[in-house]
Design a protein around this ligand. Structure first.
Ligand code: SF4
Ligand code: MG
Length: 325
């Protein structure tokens, strides 16, 4: 549909890695133009894999990525390159994603010249403008990455992404490695850039607290499957899935945000050999017999609110409050 800048549809049955782990299992995710979708789950749930597939860095062995309703993988030549540039990914660790031997002017300015978006003589002007846009001093363009702080390096990474005029940014734990005070600044930068450049975001995070600040819609993944998705209000005020409820009960106060989910009962099972039925059943306080046998389908539980849990078939089911209890 025309109102979808990015439609990421898939029957991503499997994404092969060296071990042929089925990192994603039947994931179907749509992101509307201008929206911020938060993709949340514990490490190993497949959220980074999904981000890389969407960003065109990893092929999906099944399924496809649709951009404005068209299959991106079927595009060829100049059209394919243009489509690829429209989606950029920003990683967690700006140090390892910036070439230490290159100056900032080249880190940011090389791609737009190489792709013919600007002429070589326009490079310095573009880079200086972008440095200003991301809150850095334009006179720093001749420096190397190691001459910047972690937060500044992440701003350089953001400027590099912006240099090719993307419409859609995939942010994979893009603030997770930064100090808490710097995290807030970079979140604000992302929100400002959304307005200025009309950006759409897939914001991947293990941190529901961060996602609550930034997202319009939230998608919760567990072991390669989407278990719940809905508006940020639905997810935080009326969670349906026991896993979402468990995550919410783990959201620490803002000053202790670096805590992880490890107080949810039990370990995350291996994605190589996931549990039968509902993947969450060994850790779920509400599990019953059917959960071990049958995979729950993702179904509508409200307006644009989906959940995959057998509890929804019971005449009386527990209602979770916004503390996840
Ligand atoms: Fe828990 Fe069963 Fe729902 Fe899975 S389907 S989340 S095990 S109640
Ligand atoms: Mg990850």
């Amino acid at each position: 549909e025309p109102d979808f800048a990015e439609r990421i549809a898939s029957k991503l049955g499997a994404v092969s890695t060296r071990k042929v782990v089925h990192a994603l299992d039947g994931v179907d995710l749509a992101v509307r133009k201008g929206e911020v979708v938060g993709l949340v789950g514990e490490s190993g749930c497949g959220k980074s894999t999904l981000g890389r597939v969407i960003a065109g860095m990893l092929p999906a062995t099944e399924g496809e990525v649709l951009v404005n309703g068209r299959g991106r993988d079927a595009l060829r030549g100049a059209e394919a390159r243009a489509a690829r540039l429209k989606t950029q990914i920003i990683f967690q660790d700006p140090m390892s994603s910036l070439n230490p031997r290159k100056r900032v002017i080249d880190i940011i300015g090389e791609a737009p010249v190489a792709h013919g978006l600007i002429k070589a003589r326009e490079k310095r002007k573009l880079v200086e403008d972008l440095l200003e846009t991301v809150g850095l001093d334009p006179s720093m363009s001749n420096r190397y990455p190691h001459q910047f702080s972690g937060g500044q390096r992440q701003r350089i990474g953001i400027a590099r992404a912006l240099a090719v005029k993307p419409e859609f940014l995939v942010c994979d734990e893009s603030i997770a490695a930064l100090d808490i005070s710097i995290q807030a600044q970079v979140i604000n930068l992302f929100m400002d850039l959304r307005e200025t450049f009309d950006l759409t975001y897939l914001f991947i995070s293990h941190d529901l607290g961060v996602v609550n600040h930034i997202a319009d819609r939230v998608v919760i993944m567990y072991l390669g499957r989407v278990v719940e998705s809905g508006s940020v209000e639905d997810i935080f005020e009326h969670p349906n899935h026991p896993y979402t409820a468990a995550l919410l009960s783990e959201v620490p106060s803002i000053d202790k945000r670096h805590r992880t989910f490890n107080t949810i009962k039990g370990e995350i099972p291996s994605p190589v050999n996931p549990p039968s039925g509902c993947h969450f059943h060994p850790r779920c306080p509400h599990a019953f017999e059917r959960c071990r046998i049958e995979r729950p389908a993702l179904r509508s539980v409200g307006s644009e609110h989906d959940s995959a849990c057998h509890l929804n078939d019971l005449p009386e089911r527990p209602i979770f409050n916004n503390l996840g209890n």
